[in-house]
Design a protein around this ligand. Structure first.
Ligand code: CUA
Length: 263
């Protein structure tokens, strides 16, 4: 049988097209790592989210090495936490669930995108190589303010990422001559050991204490403040640990005006 040359050419061309179409569809389904949300993340009762170990305190948890997990709760019309910070060169597993209706957790400009269905936990693991800032959007219509539902994902350089927090307990007022204490609590979310120094400046006085926190945990240090040496007046204090700072004011009042228990 003789097939005309042009006929042959068109046959070959249409075969190439068909194979090409199948190849692109196959690549699209398998290549970029797109998958349906499955049962991996498990299920959850949306009414019990506040009692759930993972979701009662959503946020970033260090698992060790370069591995982190992030728990996110979606609700009309926000994400908790609304801003997420993770380091570059990390492998992060996200667990996202919804408190009310179906939302999505879509990281703009990336292939991170999942439906967030109440009762279901969406799980996805992502590698972040480079620092960058991304917007998080909801692309499932979820009501009146759907268009305002957004969050932020910051991938910061490794050396700028820290999970240290400082909180300070200090009295606002103390009578001159009385002993008082300013307590600083340093907590560290990293599984690595943290050795650092906490310092307190008040008036002309400076105090320093070393803290060491092994693994994720927290440590409190007490600074006994000598009010007799300070004298009466208002004193601004600053507690510093690494790049964290807390400030306040301590009023040292006169002993006689402070006491109203005259005999
Ligand atoms: Cu949530 Cu749209």
């Amino acid at each position: 049988m003789n097939i005309h040359t042009y006929e042959k050419a068109w046959l070959v061309a249409s075969m190439v097209l068909i194979v090409g179409f199948i190849a692109t569809i196959t690549y699209g389904a398998v290549g970029p790592g797109i998958a349906m949300i499955d049962d991996d993340g498990g299920s959850i009762d949306p009414a019990q989210i506040n009692d759930d170990e993972r979701f009662s305190e959503p946020g970033v948890t260090h698992l060790g090495g370069n591995r982190y997990e992030v728990a996110v709760v979606a609700q009309a019309w926000s994400y908790t936490p609304s801003e997420i910070e993770v380091p570059a060169n990390s492998e992060v597993t996200f667990y996202v669930t919804s408190r009310d209706v179906t939302h999505s957790f879509t990281v703009v400009g990336t292939n991170m995108n999942t439906m967030v269905v109440p009762g279901q936990v969406s799980q996805m693991t992502v590698k972040f190589d480079e620092p960058g800032e991304y917007g998080i959007l909801c692309n499932e219509y979820c009501g009146e303010f759907h268009h305002t539902m957004e969050g932020k994902l910051n991938v910061v350089p490794e050396n700028e990422f820290d999970m240290t927090e400082l909180s300070v307990e200090a009295p606002e007022q103390v009578q001159a001559g009385n002993e008082t204490t300013i307590t600083a609590t340093v907590s560290d979310g990293k599984q690595t050991d943290l050795e650092t120094t906490v310092s307190l400046e008040i008036g002309e006085q400076t105090y320093e204490r070393d803290v060491s926190i092994s693994g994720a945990g927290s440590e409190s240090v007490e600074f006994p403040v000598d009010t007799a040496e300070l004298g009466t007046g208002d004193y601004d204090w600053t507690v510093t640990v690494d790049s964290h700072e807390e400030t306040g004011t301590l009023t040292v009042s006169n002993e006689t005006s402070g006491g109203d228990g005259d005999a």
